[in-house]
Design a protein around this ligand. Structure first.
Ligand code: ZN
Length: 175
């Protein structure tokens, strides 16, 4: 187990389309070790989601866990723990909702991003079982943000108004 370095915007790996996992790869010891490192790295960074490309691995894997103890996102309720391999998004409700997004690969900044409110995500879980979940609200935004990482996209490209790009210390967090 170890904490991996999180690469930052400008690193080419964040612009690649990540490769799918095979079932055998998902079940391998290497992948279980990688997952442990990703959870350690996410916890150390105080984040709520991490995609494999953010630690320099261009593979279709992300982890998500909303935590009520997050300093980065106050007033959030705990979520389940999600490990998603090879995820695919289908939009269920394309009415958009906006949140102030941040990214461990773009430290210190937030930007206002609007995304579809409700989605379905089909993926393989850590046992390589096929899963399908429907999610909405902030959790849907977090999934879309992390899955964007697997296709070389960062939240700043999703902003409609670049003037909302803001340093965290300039933000007045509510609550
Ligand atoms: Zn991110």
């Amino acid at each position: 187990m170890s904490i991996r370095e999180i690469v930052k915007m400008g690193n080419p790996v964040l612009r690649e389309v990540a490769e799918d996992f095979s079932v055998e790869e998902i079940k391998s010891t290497e992948t279980k070790d990688l997952l442990e490192d990703m959870w350690d790295s996410l916890e150390a960074a105080g984040g709520i989601g991490l995609a494999a490309p953010q630690i320099g691995i261009s593979k279709q894997l992300a982890i998500i866990k909303l935590s009520s103890e997050s300093d980065r996102y106050p007033d959030m309720e705990d979520s389940e723990t999600y490990v998603i391999f090879n995820p695919k998004i289908s939009v269920i409700d394309d009415n958009e909702q906006g949140f102030w997004e941040g990214c461990l690969s773009i430290p210190g900044l937030r930007g206002y991003v609007e995304r579809p409110r409700k989605i379905r995500v089909d993926f393989l879980d850590e046992n390589a079982a096929q899963k399908s979940i429907e999610i909405e609200n902030f959790l849907a935004t977090v999934f879309q943000h992390e899955i964007d990482h697997l296709y070389g996209t960062l939240y700043v490209e999703k902003m409609k108004d670049i003037t909302t790009l803001t340093f965290e210390e300039e933000m007045v967090l509510e609550g």
